[in-house]
Design a binder for this molecule. Sequence first.
Ligand code: ASN
Ligand code: ZN
Length: 319
Amino acid sequence: SGEVELGTTEADGKFTLTDGERGSGRTTDLNNGQSGDGELFTNDSDVWGDGTPANRETAAVDAHFGTAATWDYFKDVHGRDGIRGDGEGALTRVHYGDNYVNAFWSDACFCMTYGDGENNEKPLTSTDVAAHEMTHGVTSATAGLVYQGESGGLNEATSDIFAAAVEFHVDSEADVADYMVGEMIDINGDGTPLRYMDEPSKDGKSLDFWEEGAGDVDVHYSSGIANHYFYLLAEGSGEKEINGVKYNSPTSDGSTLEGIGIEKAADIWFKALTEQMTSTSDYADARRATVAAATDLYGADSAEVTAVEAAWAGVNVNG
Ligand code: ASN
Ligand code: ZN
């Protein structure tokens, strides 16, 4: 994300990637192994990486920054102090495995882990990927959405939704805020992102609209329904250009929708996630949860509640 400030700690004349202002979250090097806590990044100076993947610190800088950006987002915007709300930072492990083209969150180690991508040349450490993985920890500590069926799709969507919200909150010139997921990691090798929130089916696999059997679809694709709901609620339907990126979002019922903005849409999702949804929530429950959250935040007769209902109708989740 260009040149960024990192939270580090000095000890005995050396610096480490230990974020003292964010729960002492540490970033370590797995040296392409697949287990253990890894080796804490340590440096003689407090300048890290050089922007190239060849420098082992570069992936660490990205991941450490993405973790901090996500921490700050949940704290500044939603008043949540860390993943579990207990002020404790998680472990971040980079350079996992050999040619490993994924990243993941694990409750067991309270850690997020990033592979180095194809030929170990493209670490999957962009801000939205970091926010996605860290949000899995938040979901696990709150609604606990089970990672299969419709609740799994909602779990995945929650990670994509806050990934977008974090990007907009960071507002970086080097990583333009958008409603795409993974546009910086080039996982497809042709410059296309992993997922699109305005029209999820553009990836060839994700669902735009709820349909019978949505729960049988891989959670990374049934998530499309809620990602699409979130985009419609935030930005509305049809054509739109934001930060130079063009979108065109359809609705299942042909309705034309106006957005209420990403901040309100994210506030509603956060409240629904932390106060309304449960481990087995499905899409119909998510609709009720967000309507209840919007009612709490803005009032039963508010334009926001109407917009939430209209956005769900736009993805074929009807009350
Ligand atoms: N990166 C993926 C995710 O967070 C890993 C997985 O499929 N669990 O969803
Ligand atoms: Zn995920």
